[in-house]
Each structure stands twice: as C-alpha cells, then as structure tokens.
Write a protein of this length. Structure first.
Length: 223
C-alpha cells in the first residue's frame, strides 16, 4: 500500500464522504489511501499530464476509482462528487481550476496551495465558502491545508464569520483561524520570517508590505 507523506496524511484526515475527487492526482496515492481506509467509497482522479495519469491508473487499477485524463474540472460533471481536493499546485492555478467550472465544484473543498495562499482564501470568501479548518504541517518547509464548506452560491449575501474582526487582506495572507488562535508555533513562524527578511537592506514592495502586516500581528510598532 502506498504510504502518504505528512502533507497528504493531513489532507486525508479531513476527507470522509461517499465520492471524492482529486484533481492533479499525480501518483494516485491519496485516493488509494482514502479508498483502502474506507474514508470514501468511490474516487475520481483527474490528471492532465501523461506520466502522472498513467501512474494513477496503475495505482488505482484494483480499487473503486475512475481515472480521467483532462484539464481540471473540465473532466468532471456537475454534482458527481461530494468533496474535492487539489494539492501541490500554486494558488493561482488552484483558483483558475475552481473558477473555470464553478458548477462542478462540490460543497466540500480541501486545498493545499504551495504558494499565493491568499488568492485561495480570497476565492473562498468571494464564492460563498466558509473556512471550516486551517492547518499546516512541516518544519523546514511549511504546507498549509485549507478546508472550505459552501454556504451560498456566492451571490454576495454571505460573509464568512471566520473573518470577523480582522483586516481582510491580512487574514487572506495569514489565515483567520491562525490569527484568532495565535498559537505559539504560528507566532514563532512569523517572528522567524520577520527576522529572515529583515536582514536584507533592499526588499521588494510586496515583501515590505508583508513585513508590515507581520509587525501588526505581532504587536510591533515597526519592523
């Protein structure tokens, strides 16, 4: 049986439903583990690259899974899955996939962006999804995992209560759950990031802006 790394283990712990869809399935190990553990009864793997597609077909050959070759949710049908995961892509790519076929996005979405996570949180906020959970794993490299649950169709009436009391841009970048809980590990990460970028005399405007947000979170007057 394929063994999941800590990142995919954290994703798998969130998922429990009848039919789960994994876009960008790569090796197919996540769906295989979910099916073998009984956390899902049927899986749908979607991959747009030939080698990963063949890898997933091999891994999932003897379990109740449908492996499809296609571009994101173009290979899916509306309403056929109870939950969806997209892991290991950039935030921009994840948002593009979710936005191209909104009628094919199920009510439960688990996302693990490698970068630009603020774009993913903004997508949820603007499309009627509430943050049901935020977590992270790793030491040298941090992987953040977001669990969204649909509340509305994104008609503008719903405001995610997770963001109440926070500056939206800061919460998109650092996570409303983390900001509310202020766990020591989270604050230590911010302090380490501040110290790392603070050693460079010349910084990009985006880095300067991020450092200002970190300083506000940490309650510092300047960075």
């Amino acid at each position: 049986m394929p063994r999941l790394d800590e990142r995919l283990k954290a994703v798998a712990r969130i998922i429990r439903c009848d039919i789960h869809m994994d876009v960008g399935s790569d090796h197919g190990h996540l769906l295989f583990a979910l099916l073998k553990s009984g956390r899902v009864s049927r899986g749908i793997a979607i991959e747009n690259k030939q080698r990963p597609y063949l890898n997933s077909r091999t891994t999932l050959a003897d379990v109740n899974a449908d492996v499809r070759f296609g571009e994101g949710l173009a290979a899916a049908n509306p309403g056929e899955a109870d939950s969806l995961s997209i892991c290991g892509m950039g935030g921009r790519s994840i948002v593009r996939i979710l936005s191209e076929y909104p009628d094919r996005v199920p009510s439960q979405v688990i996302l693990q962006p490698n970068q630009r996570i603020h774009l993913v949180r903004r997508w949820g906020y603007e499309n009627g999804f509430t943050i049901a959970g935020e977590t992270w794993v790793g030491t040298d490299r941090i992987f953040e995992i977001l669990h969204f649950v649909r509340q509305t169709t994104g008609d503008g009436d719903f405001v995610d209560p997770a963001y109440e009391g926070f500056d939206l841009e800061t919460a998109f970048h650092f996570g409303p759950t983390h900001l509310r809980q202020r766990a020591p590990e989270f604050l230590n990460r911010l302090q380490e990031e501040r110290q790392y970028f603070g050693q460079f005399p010349h910084r990009q405007p985006a880095t300067e802006h991020r450092l200002r947000m970190i300083a506000q979170i940490l309650g510092l007057d300047n960075h």
